[in-house]
Write a protein that binds this ligand. Structure first.
Ligand code: NAD
Length: 296
């Protein structure tokens, strides 16, 4: 069993750290919030007073932070960079969703110091974090991936090696841009059907059995009442927030720009989510994009 420093114990990181404890590992947990640390301690983890204390003399460090500036600050550019204290045989796994350029820059700075840093963002949301069924998209070498895999398997079900440093973040940005396109397109046509007198449940079933079938129709229908147990049937509470989808579309837009890849569909979805967020819907589940069409 390994000793693991876990930094960033929010909605995602908290349950992920607890699943590592359940997997039999020793977890040294740190967050800026003492309440977040206390939840992991209650589950059998050890609390750490600082990020340095969590990351010193451990086999792995896992971080789950809001954005690239937090990750770069923690490891490289902050007041007490972890790259100055981690053992050379510690593998650092950053599971935050951040821009690929920052992930590559931090990995390269680690490599210069002989420190292994990989990106391993996740898909699956808070439910997947609690259930231990997340998908991990990992960017790093074959050896780094092989070493990380047993640890990631305590927190997830599908563990992918996406490619070299940064490839996990690229895969995540591509997936979430696709998700935004699928969800807004699905909302668009369901609204059109309803405005032309169709029952959305009947229309959804027809499309599910036809060439318009997609993930949103299968498991995440955006029309309230069509499907049980999804955010649309709970006033768009829970699920994956518009704010987070907007953040991820920004990361995808950065990638598109940096590589001069045309993404007109993705940019349309990003504009829709920007308007929806500006209208005060940032805290709702992302399937609430249906309301953009209904209210216009
Ligand atoms: P969150 O805001 O709930 O948690 C972030 C945590 O990081 C907070 O507890 C905060 O106190 C802590 N933190 C910030 N800076 C810190 C620092 N310097 N040192 C220690 N702790 C620090 O966010 P979340 O929903 O857990 O998301 C975390 C990451 O996972 C984000 O990158 C997000 O995009 C990604 N993600 C979230 C979801 C989701 O559904 N929530 C799904 C997939 C990926």
């Amino acid at each position: 069993m390994a000793t693991i420093g876990f930094i960033g114990l929010g909605n995602m990181g908290g349950p992920m750290a607890i699943n590592l404890v359940k997997g039999g590992h020793t977890v040294k947990a740190f967050d800026l919030s003492t309440d977040a640390i206390a939840r992991v301690v209650d589950a059998g983890g050890q609390g750490a007073d600082t990020a340095i204390a969590a990351a010193t003399d451990v086999d792995f460090v896992v971080s789950m932070l809001p954005a690239g500036k937090h990750v770069e600050g923690l490891y490289l550019t902050g007041d007490a960079p972890l790259f100055d204290v981690v053992r050379k045989d510690t593998l650092i796994i950053d599971s935050s969703t951040i821009d690929a350029a920052t992930a590559q820059r931090v990995a390269a700075a680690g490599a210069e110091r002989g420190i292994d840093f990989i990106d391993a963002p996740v898909s699956g949301g808070v439910g997947g974090a609690v259930a231990g069924t997340l998908a991990f998209m990992t960017g790093g070498s074959d050896a780094q991936f092989a070493k990380a895999k047993p640890i990631l398997e305590c927190m997830g079900k599908n563990i992918f090696h996406a490619g070299d440093a940064g490839a996990g973040q690229i895969a995540k940005a591509c997936n979430n841009m696709m998700l935004a396109i699928l969800m807004s397109g699905t909302a668009e046509v369901l609204n059109m059907g309803m405005k032309n007198g169709m029952d959305p449940a009947v229309l959804s079933e027809i499309m599910k059995q036809s060439s318009g079938n997609n993930w949103a129709l299968q498991v995440y229908n955006p029309v309230p009442g069509v499907m049980e147990g999804v955010p649309s049937s709970n006033d768009y509470q829970g699920g994956f927030q518009v704010d987070l989808m907007f953040k991820d579309l920004g990361l995808a837009a950065d990638l598109s720009h940096a590589s001069a890849s045309p993404t007109p569909m993705g940019m349309s979805a990003k504009s829709l989510y920007a308007l929806h967020k500006a209208n005060g819907n940032g805290g709702l589940d992302f399937s609430s994009i249906l309301r953009m069409y209904q209210d216009s």
